[in-house]
Design a protein around this ligand. Sequence first.
Ligand code: GUN
Length: 291
Amino acid sequence: MIIDGKKIAADLEQEIKEALMKSKKIRIPKLAMVVVGENPASISYVASKAQACKRVGIEALDLSLSETITQEDLLDHIKKLNLDPTVDGILVQVPLPSHINEGVIDEAISPKKDVDGFHPINMGKLLLGFETGFTPCTPLGTKILLERSGIEVAGKHVVIIGRSHIVGKPLATLLMQKKEGANATVTVVHSQTQDLPKITQQADILIAAMGVPHFVTANMVKEGAYVIDIGNNRIPDARKKSGYRIVGDVDFDSVKQKCRGITPVPGGVGPMTVVCLLKNTFNSYMQTIIK
Ligand code: GUN
């Protein structure tokens, strides 16, 4: 089975659009997206997030800042967005230039507008199982993708490759919660793990999220497992007009023969990340208009 993230994301997008149309519409929800520098992947991600906002009726405010902006000046922009009552969500696309401390930026965004869910308060709420915070978009999208594909995770061994704060750590937290759609037995493996294939071969659900093109090969996968590919890597390809193509962290062609279900790249988890950003922004908007 090819797990169709594009279709599931389109359904969820339609649900958000309808919920927004039914809301009181006191004002139009707004998402502010900050990009620092000219990273082509960041520019492309933010463009697709802005298009998705437009499709459902969320205003996207695109703030493109110079690569050389100081941390102080970036913090000033964030403070203004925090105070702006018409802004429901703020995200600062990562990676950031090396002179800017990502942790300081994560902490500067108001937790109430932190639709990426990277603020320590929202990460803490996720860890504790509170329902009042924002859950990072890729982990949330992955969980919804599994649920809507009918892939039960309760009691199953989920192995996550990668321990980033954007994906690996929050996804492990989310899937091990004592809650519906979770209750998995989770193992996180990473670059320092000894005999990594021995562990991935034990996975009922294997999730690749470490950003190494085609890292997961058939010998690392148990027969009949589900494989979720969160990788989004640009590799040079002279046949493409753009000069590159996007590939995942999984060697799709060999792994698909062996597993029960697999997500493609593109068209798997990527669209789920985008739609969860809309979901978080919509939820943030609803919180402010009901007050
Ligand atoms: N860079 C790659 N993925 C993400 C994401 O989900 N949010 C932000 N802010 N930056 C990213």
